[in-house]
Ligand binder design. Structure first.
Ligand SMILES: Nc1ncnc2c1ncn2[C@@H]1O[C@H](COP(=O)(O)OP(=O)(O)OP(=O)(O)O)[C@@H](O)[C@H]1O
Ligand SMILES: [Mg+2]
Length: 279
């Protein structure tokens, strides 16, 4: 209670929302210092756009730069797969796990489904395991890798949204700030299967232009409840140290007629986009 009062007083004095640094170089400046503390932000993009690297970087930087323990829930990779992928960027997940600052749960979705069937477990138990792991480890950051896959456990979209909202709420009450990644399916307009973008507090969209031109990756902050943020497209690179936003002024998103906007896919060709912006 006292902590909450202090937090509120500090926020009132600052006249702003407390922020959590993403650890993505150059991104926090685009939203006044970071994502709102206690929020759960969707990071969405088509295949290969950088979702997993973003998620791993967020957890790693929390531990390495801010001493904040983290929980990584992956429905995409098993532990060894995560150790191997993270090590490509010099991030020693196995060591962090051994030291107790990182907890990894989940596994490839097919394994999770098989194990749940064997144990006659329900999806609610996995969600509770996430919350209990956060509580037990005193974690401040959570990553839900491929939250869209969770929606497959719910025949009705409405039920998925209720459970996701509930999880978001429980994590916020534990003072956790979370990133949930999701795949944008080809030919679909929605940012996430199951409509996670409607439930979560923010949404960052990653784009990739497969034509291989210079500056072929970009991101935009689509929404971030309660704070102001850039509404432009920002080019970024994936380097051996993770994601780095290019230090260039962002390109204004073109204002297209509504019917054209509806017709284009979210991962619009960036070269075409640039052409329409700068000619
Ligand atoms: N060391 C590196 N240097 C530069 N680019 C890299 C490096 N490692 C990976 N990449 C790029 O990052 C892409 C994959 O990033 P990431 O795994 O985060 O994407 P994703 O959106 O999670 O993909 P998926 O849809 O497969 O889950 C690769 O396809 C590659 O283009
Ligand atoms: Mg991935």
């Amino acid at each position: 209670m006292r902590i909450n009062h202090l937090k509120e007083a500090k926020e009132a004095l600052l006249g702003s929302v407390m922020r959590v640094k993403t650890g993505i170089s150059g991104l926090d400046e685009l939203m006044g210092g970071g994502i709102p503390a206690g929020s759960c932000v969707l990071v969405s993009g088509k295949v290969g756009t950088g979702k997993s690297i973003f998620a791993m970087q967020y957890i790693l930087k929390g531990i390495a730069d801010h001493g904040e323990p983290g929980v990584l829930v992956s429905l995409e990779r098993d532990k060894q797969g995560l150790y191997d992928y993270a090590s490509k960027f010099g991030w020693q997940f196995q060591r962090l796990e051994n030291e107790g600052s990182l907890r990894i749960i989940g596994g490839p979705i097919s394994n999770v489904v098989t194990e749940m069937k064997k144990a006659k477990a329900k999806i609610g138990e996995l969600l509770s395991e996430i919350v209990e792991t956060v509580k037990a480890s005193g974690s401040r950051r959570v990553v839900l890798e491929r939250v869209d896959l969770l929606s497959m456990f719910f025949p009705e979209e409405r039920d998925f949204k209720i459970q996701l909202d509930n999880l978001r709420d429980r994590l916020a009450k534990l003072n956790c700030t979370s990133i949930a990644t999701s795949e944008i399916r080809e030919g679909r307009e929605e940012l996430s299967r199951g409509g996670a973008e409607q439930i979560l507090d923010g949404a960052i969209v990653l784009y990739y232009n497969s034509e291989g031109l210079e500056g072929d990756r970009a991101l935009e902050i689509r929404k971030m409840r309660g704070i102001g943020h850039s509404n432009r497209l920002h080019l970024f690179n994936i380097t051996d140290n993770g994601i780095v936003i290019q230090n260039l002024p962002g390109k204004r998103k073109p204002k297209l007629p509504r019917e054209i906007e509806k017709a284009i896919e979210p991962a619009i060709s960036l070269s075409a986009l640039r052409k329409s912006i700068i000619g």
